[in-house]
Ligand binder design. Structure first.
Ligand code: FAD
Length: 439
């Protein structure tokens, strides 16, 4: 039986900020798991017992030592914007909030080194002042942290060029704090960092990160409307493969999804599909020519930074905005691989599954993936919808599961498990999220 008052006192004695009020602990225990009706039922009552804020690697080492000494579960938290309950403690214990560990340690052409709690938008803004920018950013990048993106995210703006955070070269090195008998700091470089990606903070506390940067362009945001779905997806695909037009974001929203975007209603046409693009303003003419060839209507074109941020209508912000209008909606994460499969699924489900595409590179090849909106009726129908997607050739990363394995391809990357065995021998980091650890 753990004496939480004594633990809190011990942490405070070390100069750390500790929250033990149940309301505050509840707030810091949860994330955006409620996009999934399945996860809501499974996770809504889960809570940490204490929340602690780290301001330095030395603080993390101190907290890690205490957790090992008393065998306390430790769940890490950045901004808590994950979608699968990644930072929800299943077995109570301490929540370690890293959002105050947010220093940028080095910014130079091509690379940045920062603490895990830095907000991606802050890092991006400072890099842009040097003519560089972050290669990949989730649509939550105004609030999400660098450590949280590595531990729980995968793709976003920039994926049309740089693929996923797991593509070799995007993450260059990381320092992690271990939960061994004597916690220590390890440096992982190159391929060794892969074990940390999407590991939900189960195999080390990331205390410092080095990422690659991309050259920055003067970006413009565009919306192009199309009368038919085939016209919209064909345009998006051709644009994605137009090497002479520099871009970092292409999304397609099938009718009736645009009706949920009330903040930009004046830039949308009734009963049309909307393609949203972030492109280099230098390529405006080439872009307009391509739109004309495909008989689209440009309803918005403006430099990035003016008006609502277009990124915040894409990726899982689409789901956020749609659910604000109709909370019964949920979503899937789909790799369609080709336009034929997109078309088949569009015809199969109609408005039960409203197609929202995001183009991204997988192993260098541009593919249509996406986060379609689903009119939820029951767990059984949701499972059936996923099965039909697979039967028709798509792959699903199930967002209605809270373990690494069930949210992925059913298996753990053996290197992730091996790293956990080395750095977390007592299984204290986010217990229950790496299924293979318990089997
Ligand atoms: P958290 O949610 O706090 O943490 C995520 C995971 O990382 C947790 O398991 C946590 O334990 C672990 N973790 C946190 N810090 C560390 C650390 N220092 N060391 C080790 N592990 C750590 N995701 C995308 O990939 N692309 C998107 O475009 C995208 N869009 C989204 C839109 C909306 C509206 C929402 C709600 C979510 C979206 N997400 C997206 C999911 C999420 O916002 C991102 O993955 C984000 O990068 C998570 O960052 P965070 O700081 O909130 O992490």
């Amino acid at each position: 039986m753990i004496n939480w008052q004594a633990i809190a006192a011990e942490l405070r004695h070390q100069g750390l900020t500790v929250l033990d009020n149940p309301q505050q602990c509840q707030k810091l225990s949860l994330d955006y798991f409620h996009f999934s009706p399945i996860l809501t039922a499974q996770l809504q009552d889960k809570r940490g017992d204490l929340a602690v804020f780290a301001r330095s690697e030395a603080n993390i080492l101190m907290i890690a030592s205490l957790c090992v000494k008393y065998k306390i579960p430790l769940t890490l938290r950045g901004a808590g914007t994950g979608n699968y309950g990644q930072c929800i403690p299943l077995e109570g214990g301490i929540i370690l909030d890293l959002s105050q560990m947010n220093q940028i340690l080095c910014l130079e052409p091509g690379r940045a080194v920062a603490e895990p709690g830095v907000k991606l938008a802050t890092l991006d803004k400072q890099a842009q002042a040097l003519g560089w920018e972050i290669r990949l950013a989730p649509s939550t990048y105004q609030t999400a942290t660098l450590g949280g993106f590595i531990g729980g995210g995968s793709v976003g703006m920039g994926s049309v060029n740089y693929g996923t955070i797991g593509d070799r070269g995007n993450l260059r090195s990381a320092r992690i704090v271990t939960l061994q008998d004597s916690p220590q700091v390890l440096t992982l470089e190159g391929d060794a960092t892969q074990s940390l990606l999407h590991a939900y903070g189960t195999n080390g506390v990331i205390s410092q990160v080095e990422i690659a940067l991309a050259p920055c362009y003067p970006w413009a945001e565009a919306i192009v409307c199309f009368e038919t779905f085939p016209m919209a997806i064909t345009f998006a695909d051709v644009l994605g493969n137009s090497s002479g037009i520099v871009k970092k974001q292409i999304a397609v929203h099938a009718h009736p999804i645009p009706q949920y975007f009330t903040a930009i209603a004046e830039s949308l046409l009734p009963a049309h599909q909307a393609v949203m693009v972030i492109l280099s303003d230098y390529d405006q003419r080439a872009f307009q020519d391509l739109v004309q060839v495909h008989q689209g209507t440009v309803t918005r074109y403006q430099p990035q930074g003016k008006g609502p941020n277009l990124l915040e209508f894409n990726w899982n912000h689409t789901t956020l905005l749609a659910r604000a209008v109709d909370p019964s909606l949920t979503y899937l994460q789909v790799f369609y691989w080709d336009l034929d499969t997109v078309q088949k699924l569009h015809q199969k489900f109609g408005e039960e599954v409203m197609i929202h595409l995001e183009f991204l590179r997988i192993n260098g090849r541009l593919i249509p993936a996406g986060l379609p909106l689903v009119r939820y009726t029951s767990p059984e129908r949701l499972a059936e919808i996923m099965d039909i997607h697979r039967e028709l050739g798509a792959s699903i990363a199930n967002p209605h599961a809270y373990t690494i394995e069930d949210g992925g391809n059913g298996q753990i990357n053996p290197n992730q498990l091996a790293l956990k065995k080395e750095v977390d021998p007592y299984g204290l980091l986010n217990p229950g999220k790496m299924k293979s650890w318990h089997s």
